[in-house]
Design a protein around this ligand. Structure first.
Ligand code: DGY
Length: 434
């Protein structure tokens, strides 16, 4: 496929996932609306139809809970053959939930960053200004919920209570925290995710049991936020989630200034995060950013793609960037070598749990390449950025918009017609190497 063909294919994939008011991440595997997928899908639509892009964000925000939480799955059309179905979350009648059936978890907050990009692409016209005015308070309420309701102290760093909130469900970074959990009294359930995708490309049964167990724990306490922080057996601070939030706070502050809103609260979050970020996540001995297990009070010593995510938030110093780039260039970690031709494996190749075909255990994800690309560009690391763009486009042009890819030979994996791969193909196509 040449660039023009990829652009047409990407448009076609966005259209195939379009359900009018919202989009599915992929028609069969994920037949509802997902939070961070929706943000990226809006970015994709902005290349053709900015009004459709705004519709995607609006339909996502309509599902916001009364307490500010923005859920990770929204069941606009009720149940399907997807597991878990809406009633599995048992949120009906709870005082803090929203008006549309949804999951009771959240997902990485990309919305502010996307809304800022949409605004810039609309040349700040009056319709766009009205849109920013409309969505700003809702995004602000979500960020406030993350910095306060989900924080265990006054650092403002949010905690995640379920691996699904990280968007990287079975990443090896969560393995030790999940291993500590022994599921008991599990509700009966049947996985549906291996109907459309081969089981060896999906999470293991033991992961799924823990995913379901954590949902059951949440619903038993009515998804009460304070009790979740106090009692959830899984409680982590995710370096990627916090990097995305920090970047989103910067973008939200910019949006607030555009529409003359008070941005002092956002300023405070930005300052707080900068102050605590390194102490919480930076490991000077290894030269890596590492996630933190709040329940076990210890850093998670697993080397994954997450280490590069602070770049997109402009957090690392030049010394830290130099350390990170040593890992980027190491043949045993992230650099192409005889046993892997493409970047970026989502787990370092020398980690014992690296598995190049299994979901978040190693495969290349277009979103991670894109987030890394933004980070590299922010630091003017032009050569690695250009090489990453070239690898990403090679994968998409060879195999189309698949969900993820095997770093060894680029083999396509997971769901087909994957909407954010299409959206980000359009982003990469519209970039120019410097
Ligand atoms: C899934 O169903 O695999 C999703 O990642 C959950 O959000």
């Amino acid at each position: 496929m040449n660039s023009e063909e990829l652009r047409n294919r990407a448009h076609d994939v966005l259209q195939r996932n379009d359900r009018g008011e919202f989009s599915t991440p992929s028609p069969h595997q994920y037949p509802h609306q997902w939070n961070w997928d929706a943000a990226l899908i809006a970015l994709g639509w902005s290349h053709f139809d900015v009004s459709r892009a705004r519709t995607e964000i609006r339909s996502l925000l309509r599902a916001q809970w009364r307490d500010g939480m923005l859920p990770h799955i929204i069941y606009h059309h009720g149940a399907s053959d997807y597991f878990p179905p809406p009633d599995f979350w048992q949120t009906h009648g709870l005082p803090h939930v929203g008006a549309i059936e949804s999951s009771a978890l959240t997902q990485p907050p990309l919305v502010a960053t996307v809304v800022r990009a949409l605004h810039e692409r609309s040349h700040a016209d009056s319709e766009s200004l009205a849109f920013v005015r409309e969505v700003f308070p809702k995004i602000l309420a979500w960020h406030r919920w993350l910095h306060h309701t989900r924080a265990v102290d006054d650092s403002g760093l949010p905690c995640l209570i379920h691996p699904w909130e990280s968007g990287t469900d079975n990443s090896p970074r969560w393995a030790a925290a999940l291993d500590r959990i022994t599921p008991h009294d599990l509700p009966p359930f049947r996985r549906r995710d291996t109907q459309h995708v081969a089981p060896d490309e999906r999470p293991l049964a033991q992961d799924y049991e823990r995913f379901v167990y954590l949902i059951d724990r949440g619903r038993r306490i009515g998804w009460d936020s304070a009790r979740l922080l106090a009692e959830s057996p899984f409680l982590v601070q995710d370096v990627m989630f916090c990097s995305i939030l920090h970047r989103a706070d910067e973008d939200l502050r910019a949006l607030g200034k555009i529409v003359n809103e008070d941005t002092r609260e956002i300023e405070k979050w930005l300052g707080q995060t900068r102050q605590v970020f390194d102490a919480r996540f930076w490991n000077e001995t290894r030269g890596l950013y590492l996630d933190y297990d709040v329940r076990a009070s210890e850093p998670i010593l697993v080397n994954t793609f997450a280490t590069f995510m602070p770049l997109l938030a402009g957090v690392p110093s030049s010394e830290q960037v130099a350390r990170l780039m040593q890992h980027w260039s190491d043949l045993h970690e992230y650099a192409p070598s005889d046993d892997s031709r493409f970047r970026l494996p989502t787990t370092s190749k020398n980690e014992p749990r690296y598995a190049p075909r299994r979901y978040w255990c190693g495969p290349i994800w277009i979103i991670i390449n894109w987030l890394s690309y933004i980070g590299l560009r922010r630091y003017e690391l032009r050569e690695p950025a250009a090489a990453l763009r070239a690898d990403t486009l090679a994968l998409l042009q060879t195999h189309g918009c698949r969900e993820y890819f095997d770093p060894r030979d680029g083999a396509p994996l997971g769901a087909t017609d994957f909407a954010w791969s299409a959206a980000l193909a359009l982003e990469f196509l519209s970039e120019r190497d410097e």
